[in-house]
Design a protein around this ligand. Structure first.
Ligand SMILES: Cc1cc2nc3c(=O)[nH]c(=O)nc-3n(C[C@H](O)[C@H](O)[C@H](O)COP(=O)(O)OP(=O)(O)OC[C@H]3O[C@@H](n4cnc5c(N)ncnc54)[C@H](O)[C@@H]3O)c2cc1C
Length: 546
């Protein structure tokens, strides 16, 4: 379907590919969106992917210890019971290589790769109002024209390397965990510095420490973590998964965060302290994100959350032998799970090793990187390797890195200058026929993401079917619906303790200059799914269809 058209940037005539729909990204979201639109609706669709293969997060994040925190039997697609029977997970939490194998298996099983252009980064997407088409340009200068544009660019795909002065002078090697070399990094005999103690740093530290001569962990924000208790899946559980795909899918659609566990109805505040301790102790032993399920009020009542926070802080102090180190690690300033709650394998135990040092950046911040290593206001730490476990420009970063322009050439950057504004996390007013999978304003990162992704991709596909059946060409979020939704997202967040972690990436606080807006929808996946279904049932209320 080659067409001659005009390059959006230079007005040069170029060969373009014209499609019904273009998907950006080939992670969990892009793969499933491609499948929905191509195989269920019969549209001409292509996906463009910056990486050299499928996998998204799991293609890029190959750092030591990279592993999923969702349990394997819920961290996958559930749209096909056959697919669920064909794949077998080996561990309670799948590691990065296993998830990559799974996503490649899915892509091959549904013959998706033939419609994906790899090593193809989208740099611009402009809406041509007269033609009602999106004109998309890649880094290499190819153009694509599509009626519908779907961004499946991920919430955590724009690596954030802090702008420390002097990094370019560093004589050693440095890596960001989200752009890890495919060939791996050999830490043997090396002095390694790791900056960042979020979920990633907490996964990586024990593995790096086991290999390196010395590991220095630079901690700005102390963090909670609960033992993952990873283990091989028993054949009995593997059989249960094969025999009950429908039940597994149903449970993930009935729980607040798309997980397989239900949150207990009991309240921490009303439970006698000794019973509460026993319940937390059992949750600690069971391990993983299920810790959050111990009490219903944990995320909505600060007093209840304090009981969980206090329990974990005491655990940290009981594990870490050096009292000074234990004090720095347990000096946590935000409610439990108000930042993304990490789970770990021997994280706090790692500080009992002779070859591990903790540096408290709240006492002495990093001033610069020197040729030899990291300099805080108090000392220089000589290093051979620096690992940046410093996360991502989350949620809006991957969208804003592209030059996306809607009606009258208005840039998304301008519309989102004070923070993301959209309707249902799915569409931005002024950007017709552009859909954002797991966009800000949807549950996304507060949910087990494959569940959120399937719901969005299904909704978008159903919407496309509806438009086709009604002979319609265009769908666009209405500004008043956007206003109402932004208010609802704020209200949902304010009913929880989530905004109390004022430095979290949920709020954009990890990126200098980024507006502080609580980005994901915190009202829960069940409610969100109902709202989206209701909007569709009312003839796409809040959208203009033409
Ligand atoms: C270390 C880590 C651990 C995680 N653990 C969990 C977990 O336990 N549970 C959970 O639910 N979620 C977890 N997540 C979130 C994870 O991102 C999602 O589960 C899921 O992989 C998201 O899939 P996606 O397709 O939406 O986005 P991604 O997997 O991020 O894929 C997006 C793709 O879009 C591509 N892309 C972006 N911009 C462009 C562009 N301009 N042009 C072309 N291509 C582009 C990227 O290269 C990427 O491949 C984790 C994330 C990280 C980083």
């Amino acid at each position: 379907m080659a067409n001659v058209t005009t390059d959006i940037a230079s007005n040069e005539p170029l060969q373009s590919t014209e499609l019904d729909a273009l998907v950006i990204g080939a992670g969990f979201a892009g793969l499933y969106q491609l499948l929905c639109l191509r195989d269920r609706l019969g549209l001409s669709v292509k996906a463009l992917e910056a990486g050299g293969g499928v996998g998204g997060t799991w293609y890029w994040n190959r750092y030591p210890g990279a592993r999923c925190d969702s349990e394997s039997h819920v961290y996958w697609y559930t749209f096909s019971p056959e697919l669920m029977r064909e794949w077998e997970w080996s561990e309670r939490y799948p590691g990065q290589p296993e998830i990559m194998r799974y996503l490649n298996f899915v892509a091959d099983r549904f013959d998706l790769k033939r419609d994906i252009a790899f090593n193809t980064r989208v740099v611009a997407a402009h809406y041509d109002e007269a033609a009602n088409r999106w004109r998309v340009r890649t880094e290499a200068g190819e153009t694509y024209i599509a009626k519908f544009l779907i961004t499946a660019v991920g919430c955590l795909s724009t690596a954030n390397v802090p702008n420390f002065p002097g990094l370019k002078d560093f004589k050693g090697d440095w890596y960001h965990t989200g752009q890890w070399p495919h060939e791996g990094v050999d830490f043997t005999g090396k002095r390694v510095g790791m900056i960042g103690t979020g979920s990633t740093g907490i996964q990586a530290a024990p593995v790096i420490a086991a290999e390196a001569a010395h590991l220095t962990v630079f901690q700005r924000t102390a963090n909670y973590s609960v033992p993952a208790r990873n283990a091989p899946l028993t054949s009995k559980f593997q059989q249960y998964i094969k025999q009950n795909p429908g039940e597994i899918r149903s449970v993930t659609r009935e729980t607040l965060n798309g997980m397989a566990f239900r949150i207990e109805p009991r309240l921490a505040v009303g439970t006698p302290p000794e019973d509460r301790e026993r319940i937390y102790e059992a949750a600690w032993e069971r391990g993983g994100l299920q810790f959050r399920a111990a009490f219903h009020d944990m995320m909505t009542d600060k007093a209840a959350n304090d009981t969980a926070a206090d329990f974990i802080k005491r655990k940290i102090r009981s594990i870490v032998k050096d009292p000074a180190t234990a004090a720095i690690l347990s000096d946590i300033d935000h409610p439990y799970a108000a930042k993304r709650p990490p789970i770990d394998t021997n994280y706090f135990e790692t500080y009992n090793r002779d070859n591990v040092t903790l540096v408290d950046l709240r006492a002495a911040p990093i001033e610069r990187i020197s040729a030899a290593g990291v300099c805080t206001t108090q000392a220089e730490y000589p290093l051979d390797i620096i690992v940046f476990a410093t996360g991502f420009d989350a949620m809006t970063g991957p969208m804003l890195r592209m030059d996306i322009r809607g009606r009258e050439g208005v840039a998304l950057k301008e519309v989102w200058e004070a923070g993301p504004r959209n309707y249902l996390g799915l569409q931005v007013a002024g950007f017709p026929n552009l859909f954002t999978v797991t966009g800000p304003g949807s549950p996304s990162v507060l949910c087990n993401m494959p569940v959120a992704i399937e719901q969005h991709a299904d909704w978008i596909a159903d919407c496309n079917r509806h438009l086709r059946e009604k002979g319609l060409e265009r769908i666009e979020a209405q500004p008043d619906a956007v206003d109402r939704w932004v208010a609802e997202v704020n209200e949902a967040a304010n009913k929880t303790v989530l905004p109390m972690a004022t430095h979290s990436w949920y709020l954009g606080a990890n990126i200098p200059g980024k507006p502080r807006v609580f980005m994901p929808y915190a009202g829960g996946m069940v409610r969100y799914r109902e709202i989206c279904a209701d909007v569709a049932a009312r003839g796409y209320e809040g959208f203009a269809l033409s």
